[in-house]
Structure formats: C-alpha cells, structure tokens
Design a protein around this ligand. Structure first.
Ligand code: SF4
Length: 344
C-alpha cells in the first residue's frame, strides 16, 4: 500500500468520477465490432460504514460497475478512487486486501475439490499472511463469525446447503479483514427463507466489523432494509441516486417508481411487472435515442425521444429525467406512449 492510502485522505472510501466502460462486441472475426456502453459517465461516492445499494435490471451495467470497484476491470474513461487515490495506482494485492467480493452463485464460486478450511484460508495462503497455525485459527474464528459449525471444517461444498455455501463465500471474503465488501446479488441464487438469513448475517457482520458494503441487486425489496443510499441504474446510466429513505419514500425517476411497484407484485422476480410499460429491456448494442427509458416510460414526450437528460442535483442526490430538469419544456412537448400512461 502506498503511503498516500495508509492515511485516509478523502471523506469517501470509494468514489467513481465520470466512469465509463465500453466493450467492443463482434459476432465473429470478420464482422465489424460495435461498442457496447456498459457503464456511462457514472459519478457516485461510497462513505465509510454505509451500505450503498446499486439496483437495476439484468444488463443495466451494475456488475460491470462492481468489477471496476473491485479493481478487476479498468474504466475506459473516468477514475475510480480508493480513499482519494486512483485505484489503478494502488498495488493490486492491497486492493484485494481491502475490497473483497461476494458473488451471486455460491455453487459455482467455490472450488468443489477443496475443503472449507482450504477455501477460506486461500486468500491468507496467497498473501502469505500468518503461520499455518495462525491461519487455521483465523479460519475457525471466521467460521464461528458467519455461523458455520467447526465440524464442517473439512467438508466439501457439495456437502453443504445453499445457505451454508454462501456463508463460506462470505467467510472467504472476510479472511483478510477487508474494509469493503462488494456483494453482487449475494442472495439471488438462494431460497427466499435462506435469503433473509444471509441478509441478517451481512447486517450483523457490518455492525460488528464496521464494514462498508456496495450491494448489487435487481430487487429493491432485498436492499430496502439494509441500504443507507441507493443508486438506480438503467442501460449503463445512473438515473437516480440518493438517501435510501428519499428513494424509497419519494422516488423521482419513473423507472425507480416502476421498480418499487414491482416489489408489491406476486412476481417480483420480473422486476418490472407493469405490463403496459413492458418487460422488454432494450438491446444495449442498439440503445434508444434521447432518454434510453423513453420507449417504456408513461411520461415520455417527444423531447425525451431526442434529448438525453442531464443529472440534476436534488435533496443530496441526483436524478436524470426531463420531468425534473426541464419541466417547462416537458409541459410543451407532445406526449408519446399514451397507452402506457393510461395503464400506469
Ligand atoms: Fe421518462 Fe422522459 Fe424522464 Fe426519460 S426523461 S424518464 S422518458 S419522462
């Protein structure tokens, strides 16, 4: 770790400044590659000890953002800062010690040929932390912390339930005493009853270890009770960002309102149950012009079809919608999607 990062120099433990990530996608060696703008011009900050929820449908760019926050992927534009220092200038091993991932699927993220003891101590082995006896003691300590009985020490992942496997994944992430966990849909592969247990565990660990979480989810219901701030993404853009109370009680962006409506339906797995609005997510390789949400938005006007709304700072957060930034122009612009508006 550089000297600069040993002493916190920023009020934010993590920060994105105008971060973009574009992938060049082609079907074969002889087809022309096209840009897929997975993340576009995102600026957000993570405060020490908070739970920042990043929500949106599959394909909105939240996992790409998570990988950049973990230092696993370089932005094509903009900067990711760790305690005020560009993460690209921090030693890769130091980033790994301080920021750890918890992935979505504990079935595929754990090596089936390794015992729990080997899986959880792997980061300590790789970073050569402690003696073998100290590592074993640390593994036992973490297993107790995450609620795994010591008798499972030499069990294999195939001998565990889904919830136990996710506890192993969390234990492995905690082995090196990180400051930040980036949790990418950590409960979406689990049964509903087990989801609640894992969410409670994460909350307890955060309080006990003073952790900071970036919590990625497609489902607002999952993050409602634990997030302090919420970032809503749509087609690579940050369309609403604010304090959790503000976003949950007074959502300003029509897409956030639709996500919240989905929490109240019997089919929350669909994220956007409003049939009139449409469940179809646009093709990121061929995004709609103007505001990318306009084909599904019940409030869209002709202005939305050609003009990209800019982020508007409001109530300590931001919202990206012409209804808020250009209310006069919206009032004069003819409505489109009238059918969606009447059904919404
Ligand atoms: Fe809907 Fe227009 Fe706002 Fe986009 S800018 S969310 S289309 S009202």
């Amino acid at each position: 770790m550089t000297e600069q990062t040993q002493t916190p120099t920023s009020q934010y433990v993590l920060e994105c400044r105008d971060v973009s990530r574009t992938f060049m996608i082609g079907r074969g060696p002889f087809t022309e590659k096209r840009p897929l703008r997975a993340v576009q011009d995102i600026s957000l900050q993570v405060r020490r000890g908070e739970v920042l929820a990043v929500v949106g449908e599959s394909g909105c760019g939240k996992t790409t953002l998570a990988k950049m926050l973990l230092g696993l992927l370089e932005p094509t534009a903009g900067d990711i800062l760790y305690e005020g220092v560009p993460i690209s200038s921090v030693d890769r091993r130091d980033v790994a010690r301080r920021i750890q991932p918890v992935f979505q699927d504990p079935y595929s993220s754990l090596n089936p040929r390794k015992t729990l003891a080997q899986i959880i101590s792997l980061p300590l082995d790789v970073h050569k932390i402690g003696t073998p006896a100290e590592r074993k003691a640390r593994v036992e300590e973490i297993m107790e912390l995450v609620g795994l009985p010591r008798r499972l020490l030499y069990s294999y992942p195939s001998q565990l339930s889904g919830g136990q496997r996710q506890r192993v994944a969390i234990a492995r992430a905690l082995a090196m005493k990180p400051e930040i966990l980036v949790c990418d849909e950590p409960t979406s592969a689990l049964d509903v009853s087990v989801q609640a247990q894992i969410l409670n565990l994460l909350q307890e660990l955060r309080d006990e270890l003073n952790l900071t979480y970036v919590f990625i989810s497609h489902n607002l219901a999952v993050v409602e009770h634990m997030s302090t701030r919420v970032a809503v993404m749509y087609l690579g853009r940050l369309i609403e960002f604010g304090m959790a109370d503000q976003v949950f009680d007074h959502p300003r962006h029509p897409y956030t309102q639709a996500l919240l409506d989905s929490v109240l339906t019997p089919e929350p797995q669909y994220s956007l149950p409003n049939i009139a609005m449409g469940r179809g997510f646009p093709n990121p390789l061929n995004p709609p012009s103007g505001c990318a949400f306009h084909p599904r938005c019940p409030h869209a006007t002709e202005l939305c079809q050609w003009a990209q709304p800019q982020p508007l700072a409001a109530d300590g957060g931001t919202v990206e919608c012409h209804l808020h930034s250009d209310p006069d122009a919206m009032a004069k612009s003819p409505r489109i999607n009238e059918q969606k508006a009447s059904a919404a």
